[in-house]
Design a protein around this ligand. Sequence first.
Ligand code: PMP
Length: 433
Amino acid sequence: MGHCQQSGRDILDPHLGRYAARTAGMTASEIRALFAVASRPEVVSLAGGMPHLAALPLEALAAQAAQLIAEDGLTALQYASAHGLPQLREQICEVMALEGVTGHPDEVVVTVGSQMGLDLVARLFCDPGDVVLAEGPSYVGALGSFAAYQAEVVHVPVDDRGLVPEGLRAALRQARNAGRRVKLLYTIPNFHNPSGVTLAVERRAEVLEICRAYGVLVLEDNPYGLLGFDGRTYPALHSLDPENVVYLGSFSKTFAAGLRVGWVLAPHAVREKLVLAAESATLCPPTLNQMIVSRYLATQDWRGQITTLREVYRERRDAMLDALEEYLPGCGWTEPAGGFYVWVKVPEGVDTRAMLPRAVAARVAYASGTGFYTNGLGSRRMRLSYCYPTPERIREGVRRLASVLDSEPALAHASAGAGPQRAALRTLAPEAV
Ligand code: PMP
């Protein structure tokens, strides 16, 4: 995608002028641009969202993969249906049932990660100029998919209880008055990326009713729903209105991201079109990887594995919140009850995007807030991930971040005489995230 950005390299690109108009919306995300630098070992990366894999039963998985190929290789290494393997689709229904979803295996389409689900749904529903509503802030990969189909994302306000229904109503009214066509509400109800907040249960029916009233389809993205730190799950939006919700799920956060196995659960008519779109994208999802996931679910203690992951992430969340409390008293932040991310508000005068190179020079990386909006907001926000580094590294990363913040020109000046003003910021968290 980098070649689609206007850059020095474009001048040398002999194909410039040939690209389809839709490539104009394809730019490297700020996070991706950061990836190379942030993954140097001396940098504490609080930037990416890489899941913790160390607790996986690697030897058992290796033996199973070898056995699959030895005993069932002629199936595992062959093309299969674009719909996904039937046994895996049944198992996916069991996984979804943990959050109240009662889908039928026929309505499930297996995808190459839920990212492909996002792409397929955008492909099916978005014409250039259509509006997609999404939380402000929202998942950067989804913003990329909508941009690739030339849809315009309009952000809906979020507070510490998730999407604000009144804000949703206002956005829909405004779009209607402007004669715009709103196709989708894209929402991450549980342990949101990047804000860390969860949509309050009592708001869920209201959000669905509003979308029904305005004739807008809901796209529910739920990769983190089983990663609540107290083991609690929330009723999926799909479970409350299955005919008007397309649901995206993934094994990336609860099992292995590198296998790239996710799924879409959609009402029958949509499902048929999804299979056709999936066929033209990949012919079929990887057969071997689907079989690895299926066998893992059938033979390993995957529920126990999720419990272990919850514990690991809870410990890291606690380390993050403790370090923020100790080192960044001038900032505000959300307090996630699950998932991977804390959304931090920095003091006035600090621009997180401009500060990032200084942070990387001080050997700490984060994702600046602007990448999670399509409208230029977010310069006083940053996303900190606690999923990958150990608690000690998290602490060290936040300590480094504090020293970077302290030497920001705007704050170095303010902190000389305005300590109480900075401390007061903490008490504002997390009003509007
Ligand atoms: N949706 C959200 C909210 C995510 O955070 C991610 C991964 N960071 C994805 C979708 C994509 O996940 P995958 O393609 O690995 O299933």
